[in-house]
Design a protein around this ligand. Structure first.
Ligand code: C2E
Ligand code: MG
Ligand code: MG
Ligand code: MG
Length: 277
């Protein structure tokens, strides 16, 4: 039967479901090979100082470009990597690649930029995570204070004490910690002082609405006030419009990340656009 003939019948839904499952199996198998095949690489999105408009840091964003299936979103493949137990390998590959890349375009010195790396919950919780990344920075020779680890709040809820211990140890070793996607999920302003964050990233959905919704603006205002009181840096994600930038500037948000300034860039474009003397 053709897809059209099947449509509307229960069989069609089974057929669709089956296709989805098959596709997932395929992705799982392909992901196991992706690292060896050099299909995973990194892009870097600028984070700009709201006041001076200078490049301060970049966020590393992983990409998977499959030769036949095309590009697969990190939201999808990171999740699969966690499920099939290869997040440790992918995470460490990403970490090492980012350190090497950033050091090559921005050596130590007073103009050195910082870099943020996303860390998935399972990766953060794996027993040798801290030692592995400490060893990697020593080997590559990048100062750890230049590296910010971005974690999302779903990590902390279940295992607050364990998370506290891990983050405290990471800070002892000079890594900075950022709370990503703040305002989504189960977040509450009271989490901000339960764990030792250096930075808070305000989620795109609030930034999107800042100029049209009073509630979003009020929420952003209170996040900024609290972060400021705790001495944390604030980053707005997903800034696409000048009016959003203007408002975030007037409210005192420290850093801006979003298509308004730049999309995620290849290392060489980052270098040519921002870092060449
Ligand atoms: P995230 O960490 O919240 O990253 C921000 C996402 O917003 C990125 O999507 C970025 O490309 C996108 N973005 C930036 N500016 C704008 C804008 O102005 N408008 C819009 N509409 N989008 C914007 P991306 O690259 O698809 O990554 C999605 C998520 O995948 C990330 O969200 C992060 O949670 C995860 N991810 C990406 N790379 C890695 C990685 O290396 N490791 C781990 N564990 N997760 C990663
Ligand atoms: Mg992030
Ligand atoms: Mg985010
Ligand atoms: Mg996200």
């Amino acid at each position: 039967k053709s897809k059209a003939e099947l449509k509307g019948s229960a069989t069609f839904y089974n057929y669709q479901l089956n296709e989805q499952i098959q596709y997932k199996y395929l992705l799982e198998e392909e992901l196991r090979r992706a690292l060896d095949n050099e299909e995973i690489f990194l892009l870097y999105q600028p984070q700009i100082d709201t006041k001076t408009q200078q490049l301060i840091a970049v966020e590393a964003l992983a990409r998977w470009e499959h030769p036949k299936l095309g590009s697969i979103s990190p939201d999808d493949f990171i999740c699969i990597a966690e499920e099939i137990g290869i997040i440790k390998e992918i995470g460490l590959f990403v970490f090492r690649q980012v350190c090497t890349d950033i050091l090559s375009v921005s050596p130590a010195g007073k103009n050195a930029i910082n870099v943020s790396i996303n860390i998935s919950p399972k990766q953060l919780m794996s027993p040798d995570f801290i030692d592995l990344i400490t060893q990697a920075t020593d080997e590559i020779g990048i100062d750890r204070h230049r590296i910010t680890l971005e974690i999302t709040e779903n990590v902390m809820l279940n295992e607050l004490e364990k998370t506290y211990d891990i983050l405290t140890e990471l800070k002892k070793r000079s890594f900075c910690i950022s709370l990503d996607d703040f305002g989504t999920g189960y977040s509450s302003l009271s989490y901000l002082n339960m764990l030792p964050f250096d930075e808070v990233k305000i989620d795109r959905c609030f930034v999107n609405n800042i100029t049209i919704s009073k509630q979003s603006k009020a929420l952003i205002k209170s996040i900024l006030a609290i972060s400021d009181a705790y001495g944390m840096i604030t980053v707005a994600e997903g800034v696409e419009k000048k009016e959003q930038l203007t408002m975030l500037h007037s409210l005192g948000c420290n850093l801006i990340q979003g298509y308004y300034f730049d999309k995620p860039l290849t290392l060489s474009t980052l270098h040519n656009t921002y870092l060449k003397q």
